[in-house]
Design a protein around this ligand. Sequence first.
Ligand code: AHR
Length: 322
Amino acid sequence: MQIRRRRFNAALVLSVLLQPVGSTFAATPLVMGFAQVGAESEWRSANTKSIKESAQKNGVILKFTDAQQRQENQVKAIRSFIAQKVDVIAFSPVVESGWETVLREAKAAKIPVIITDRAVNVTDSSLFAAFIGSDFVEEGRRAGTWLLERAKKMPNATVNIVELQGTVGSAPAIDRKAGFEQVIATNPRLKIIRSQTGDFTRAKGKEVMEAFLKSEGKNIQVLYAHNDDMALGAIQAIEEVGLRPGVDILVISVDGVKGAFEAMVAGKINVTVECNPLLGAQLMQTALDIHAGKAVPRRITIAERVFPAESAAQELPNRKYY
Ligand code: AHR
């Protein structure tokens, strides 16, 4: 009697162990649709590389699109991810507003959305599961704080600043401007005399700086660029009119890409406020956790530093990106 019962149990165990692969016991890889902003800057290239490498490392199947800095392309990409029934959608929004409709479509399809890098401006916070990115207002404040200190050593009664803004309507352009203005407002000597978008690109940064130099001549003491690529383009424009970037015109920038560190070593950029593009690992972990039904933090902020030119030579070999 006892022997018969043991034989029965062994058969049951065997039948469980021999379940075919692909049955409900086997894990399937997570499929993520990622709608990238574009390839406008060194920062963006590093961000894309980080996302692609981290997806591979985590066994995530990545469907990647490049929106070429156009919101309508991102909306199309997100709709296509919904139609393909991906497990998770992630994107770095070109601009802050205009996302409600497509995010509602993703929610109706029960596909969780993770926002990375740039924030969205939506009234219903349930439209996305998490936001991973920098504090852009703080970056602007850090740039302003560096100038406040530096201005103490400047003899000028008024310190004239020209500003190269990022893409119009984008979170980093809005926030970096706001943070910078908030801090410099505490010193009436500091004045923004011209402010225009350079769309986060080197070519536009150069073009707009040329226009600033043409209209203001030698009346500019400081350039505040919302990213390193625009600062690097502007440096060329400054040199072309026979002025010395970093000396005749102080250059304050944001990102911390390798090109900016090289320019700091050469004395052409005075400070860069770090904006870390290596978001891939956190993005993949958050997506896997959401897929596994785990709770994730709604806001993941990245720790960043300020690099004045004096620290550049020492820091350059340690830079992980680009
Ligand atoms: O959203 C991050 C910003 O976008 C980076 O500062 C800039 O370089 C990029 O294009």
